[in-house]
Design a protein around this ligand. Structure first.
Ligand SMILES: O=C(O)c1cccc(C(=O)CC[C@H]2O[C@@H](n3cnc4c(=O)[nH]cnc43)[C@H](O)[C@@H]2O)c1
Length: 245
């Protein structure tokens, strides 16, 4: 008997979108990796049922907002979900999010989507062209932050990794609630919004946002934190929270 009902019959669950295979493996270890492959346009995702009746799908979407948006949208065209989660490693803004800590986004912000003007950077919302932020369901943010003992705040999506103290200061002056920087969250959230599905972002900090120092990276520590996160998330409560009317 199939443990996984057809898509029409099963309750829609969570889609977790990561950038690279190493992050997917950390998430699947957290889910006690009893997953199996499911075809999606362009490849496959891994499907598991971590909690009874709560399917969790894990997709490797690629690095950066465009790749993440395209990959997420192609899966949402094929399968139904109640929550879409952008997950992976991230840079943390000191002192809020030290290396090895977990972060949950209260808002997902496109931090470099806009224009340089004589008055300084203006984002596309300020220019009147669109949106630069998505707000995850507050109840889900609270549930996850409490369960993970995570820092919550603004998680910035950039297309260019910050590499100087000056750039980090610019970002925190524009986004005083910024706790982390990554490259996929806004793309994932944009795709989810096209399907009317709430988005969520959880990150494990691998490095400090600021001067480029790859020797200071702690990717292994961050991947271990990511594994812990996906072993500790209250999946059934999260789904109840986001599907409550
Ligand atoms: O070459 C560098 O100096 C460098 C510094 C930080 C990050 C990178 C990446 O290529 C990371 C891309 C990948 O990891 C996520 N990530 C992790 N730390 C950060 C960060 O500080 N800022 C932005 N993204 C980060 C990101 O989501 C990507 O998936 C290279």
């Amino acid at each position: 008997m199939s443990r996984y009902l057809s898509d029409d019959e099963q309750p829609p669950g969570l889609l977790v979108v990561v950038a690279v295979q190493a992050e997917a493996e950390a998430v699947l270890r957290g889910l006690k990796d009893d997953s199996w492959p499911v075809p999606v346009p362009g490849g496959e995702l891994r499907r598991s049922e971590h909690a009874p009746g709560v399917p969790v799908d894990v997709l490797v979407g690629g690095v950066g907002p465009a790749a993440a948006a395209a990959a997420t949208a192609s899966v949402l065209a094929a399968y139904r979900y109640s929550l879409v989660v952008s997950a992976g490693i991230a840079g943390g803004f000191a002192p809020h999010a030290p290396i090895g800590s977990l972060v949950v986004a209260q808002e997902i912000v496109a931090a470099d989507l806009g224009a340089e003007t004589p008055e300084g950077f203006q984002d596309v919302a300020e220019l009147g062209f669109g949106t630069v932020r998505h707000t995850p369901p507050l109840g889900a943010v609270t549930l996850a932050s409490d369960a993970l003992d995570a820092v919550s705040g603004s998680v910035l999506t950039v297309s260019t990794v910050t590499g100087s103290a000056e750039r980090a200061a610019e970002l925190t002056s524009r986004h005083p609630q910024a706790v982390a920087e990554a490259m996929e969250g806004f793309g994932v959230a944009e795709a989810a919004a096209r399907y009317g599905i709430p988005a969520f972002e959880v990150r494990a900090v691998s490095n400090a946002v600021g001067p480029r120092d790859r020797a200071a990276w702690r990717i292994g520590e961050a991947l271990a934190a990511l594994e812990r996160a996906f072993g500790a998330l209250p999946y059934q409560e999260l789904l109840q929270e986001v599907t409550r009317g």
